[in-house]
Design a protein around this ligand. Structure first.
Ligand SMILES: [Zn+2]
Length: 333
């Protein structure tokens, strides 16, 4: 089985965005009644995920661990009520898609984070999604300010109540920022990758996994630039009297394979322990075009793993085994 650990619902019916537009419009006019999400039929949902189903079929992947569109989580927009209403609609639609296509999609939730409210607001929604909707993980935004980085580092005790619930529910979190309101950063080109590296460096310098030995965090997009700069991070860990990277990551930190060329995947596989790599593509999303040098989609990452010079046993870990360990609720889902 090929499990894609990183897919977003980027093709949701237009009613969802209309709701969001209504929310944003209402922020400048408090007299306006809050928007209502217009009805979305099962047929519209079925139609909306045809691109994902087609890519699964064309590329030979089986099931996608599926979350709301990350770039529009927009935790910096509005307040806690805005974020909660938006998040619940997004998560509910993921749930409906997973119910319609239980063999193709398994749910992962977004959280109703907001810079102006305590993290406690997120815990009820996380529990609802895991315990009632059958979700198997969540995306956590290390920068709910949307590019201003006003939040505490992920290793700060601010986040500990959240980690306690993750451990209790036995679900992992993917560290995933959203869109940015800082024009210096392109959302998918730099903000995403910056956040991956930022989170990874925080993990090196903090004591998160000493305090939560069973906590599992996924750093997406191949770990950002971390594998390319592996020597720098190994050296920084050593200079700062921190555990070696392989030891720090063991059982706790995972990278996906959302790296959109063969040389990048080969590097990832060369420097990062195979047990810490999960197959992912992030389709349909970050890069949507075809690589003219190969004739295949940039985000058809299965091709790169298939072509990599590693054993079949290692490929099986990346495609399936590691995800089953990181997402123990996958089996039940
Ligand atoms: Zn993503």
């Amino acid at each position: 089985m090929v499990i894609d650990c990183h897919g977003h619902y980027t093709t949701a019916p237009k009613q969802l965005q209309a709701f969001r537009d209504g929310q944003v419009a209402g922020l400048s006019d408090p007299e306006k009644p809050p928007p209502v999400l217009s009805a979305i039929s099962d047929d519209e949902l079925r139609e909306s995920v045809q691109p994902q189903l087609q890519f699964q079929s064309d590329r030979g992947t089986d099931v996608t661990i599926f979350s709301p569109r990350a770039s529009v989580m927009g935790h910096h927009i509005g307040d806690a009520r805005t974020s909660l209403a938006w998040t619940r609609h997004c998560n509910d639609l993921i749930h409906r898609v997973c119910e319609l296509f239980p063999n193709n999609f398994v749910g992962v939730c977004q959280l109703p984070q907001t810079p102006s409210a305590p993290l406690a607001n997120c815990l009820d929604e996380l529990r609802r999604c895991v315990e009632q909707l059958g979700f198997i993980g969540c995306n956590v935004n290390p920068d709910p300010s949307g590019g201003m980085w006003t939040a505490k580092p992920l290793t700060d005790r601010f986040w500990y109540p959240f980690y306690e619930v993750l451990v209790e529910l036995d679900v992992p979190a993917m560290v995933h920022v959203s869109g940015t309101c800082n024009p210096n950063f392109h959302t998918t080109g730099s903000h995403y990758i910056n956040a991956d590296v930022t989170a990874f460096m925080q993990f090196i310098t903090g004591d998160l996994f000493r305090d939560f030995p069973t906590l599992r965090m996924i750093v997406p997009h191949g770990g950002g630039a971390a594998p390319y700069h592996w020597g720098r991070y190994r050296g920084l860990a050593q200079d700062n009297k921190r555990p070696p990277l392989d030891e720090m990551m063991r059982g706790n930190v995972f990278f996906d394979t959302c790296v959109y060329h063969q040389a990048g995947i080969d590097l990832l596989l060369k420097v990062v322990p195979v047990d810490n790599i999960l197959f992912g593509s992030e389709m349909v999303g970050a890069v949507r075009s075809i690589d003219p040098t190969t004739g295949f989609y940039f985000d058809d990452t299965k091709r790169y793993i298939d072509a990599a010079a590693i054993s079949d046993a290692d490929k099986q870990k990346i495609f399936e085994g590691n995800s089953r360990k990181v997402f123990p609720r996958f089996r039940a889902a």
